[in-house]
Design a protein around this ligand. Structure first.
Ligand SMILES: [Zn+2]
Length: 410
């Protein structure tokens, strides 16, 4: 079995599920088990500065060239999603896939259906790794870790391959949105980095949503319904008016690609007071700002009708599109694209309809686009990964390193 598969199968045995309910770093101490294993493996590969700091694993492979080559970072996350169990993962290897349904678990009658997941047809004749139906697989993002480690191992054992400084980091708590919180950008020491945390083979991402949340409060006046005429103000009905005045075709269910949206994801209320919880998403800065303005002016307009203070709104920015931080150093995307093409992988450049740790790191001074791991159907029992995609990921990482080593920036 190839190195990357062997590593992957070992890493997924360790349960590293993170938890939103915990305020510690890492959020669950079991993530440290994998952290300690990775620290040791980095040391065994000769990365003498391998260390764990606040649950993050860091290490550096020094340059073996006198050329001025930029310091390149590689990042993957250790935790798995709180959405589905990551305990006792028993990966199954499907050799030479025949295009039919895959029985994950005959006792529980769990099937990875080729009808529900037509992308399986792309992998006929390949080897796949699936779950046994009772857990997630953890390719998100242990495939990324295995791919980075395998590339490092190659460099550590092929001293004739010229490279610049390579910085690696394995982070906790990405799945609960805290993966960048304690990231030591200065200590990491890279000029730019890639997260290896994308999906199917070829994925390359450097654009993500601008994101804000909005809380709209609506005040009413409760009176006994029997004698409420011209007295009662039902905040639920006013809230309904607010909801109806936002464009009905700009919701998650009606948009795709580069289209933005307003999304109401919670509502709580009674006659006296109703609260609406929205998220606002858009790729474009101007139209993102316009969306916020639309919600604010709708609040004002309705106050004109129903009296000042009836509606109030609080908008909080959450994260930003990394594109503006990537464009000035666009060579990092172009190199990844060229590397994929050089090893026979078709680059699939697409916007991320969400956020990434790379987006936050980009605004912390470390431009960080995202590369594929090869996996599908993250966060659930239908997760799977074709083994050749993992091998291709290793080749892409090594090719990027090689392409940068050809340059001398002096
Ligand atoms: Zn991930």
């Amino acid at each position: 079995m190839s190195q990357v598969i062997d590593r992957f199968l070992r890493y997924v045995q360790i349960d590293t599920q993170s938890s939103e309910d915990s305020q510690t770093t890492p959020s669950t101490s079991k993530q440290l088990q994998l952290a300690q294993l990775l620290e040791k493996e980095l040391k065994d590969l000769g990365l003498t500065d391998a260390r764990i700091k606040e649950g993050y694993v860091y290490g550096t492979l020094p340059a073996n060239s006198v050329k001025a080559i930029p310091a390149l970072g590689l990042i993957a996350h250790m935790d798995t999603s709180p959405d589905f169990s990551g305990e006792n993962v028993k990966p199954k290897i499907i050799e030479n896939y025949d295009g039919q349904d895959i029985v994950l678990n005959s006792e529980l009658n769990l099937i990875l259906s080729s009808q529900d997941f037509p992308e399986l047809q792309d992998y006929i004749g390949k080897n796949l790794i699936t779950t046994d139906g009772t857990t997630l697989l953890g390719a998100d993002d242990k495939a990324g870790i295995a791919e980075i480690m395998t590339a490092l191992e190659y460099l550590a054992t092929h001293l004739e391959v010229e490279h610049g400084k390579i910085c690696v980091a394995f982070t906790p708590d990405e799945e609960i949105g805290r993966g960048a919180d304690h990231f030591d950008v200065a200590g990491f020491g890279a000029d730019f980095a890639y997260t290896v945390d994308g999906g199917p083979i070829g994925e390359l991402e450097y654009e993500n949503f601008n994101a804000a949340k909005a809380i709209v409060k609506v005040k009413g006046r409760n009176v006994h319904p029997g004698n409420a005429k011209n007295k009662m103000i039902n905040s639920i009905l006013l809230a309904n008016e607010y909801i109806a005045k936002l464009p009905s075709q700009e919701t998650p269910a009606t948009t795709e690609g580069y289209e933005g949206f307003y999304h109401i994801n919670d509502i709580k209320g009674d006659v006296e007071e109703t609260t609406l919880y929205y998220i606002i998403r858009d790729f474009d800065q101007d139209s993102f700002a316009k969306r916020k303005e639309t919600m604010r002016s709708l609040t004002e307009d309705l106050n004109q009708t129903y009296g000042a203070g009836t509606f109030s709104i609080e908008i909080t920015d959450q994260y930003q599109n990394m594109k503006e931080k990537i464009l000035p150093v666009m060579h990092i995307v172009e190199k990844a694209q060229a590397a994929m093409e050089a090893v026979g992988v078709k680059p699939l450049i697409q916007p991320i309809r969400g956020g990434t740790d790379g987006a936050r790191l980009s605004f912390m001074g470390l431009p960080t686009p995202n590369l594929f791991t090869g996996g599908h159907n993250y966060h659930g029992r239908y997760e799977f990964i074709p083994t050749f995609a993992m091998e291709k990921s290793v080749e892409v990482i090594l090719k990027i390193i090689e392409l940068y080593a050809k340059e001398d920036l002096r």
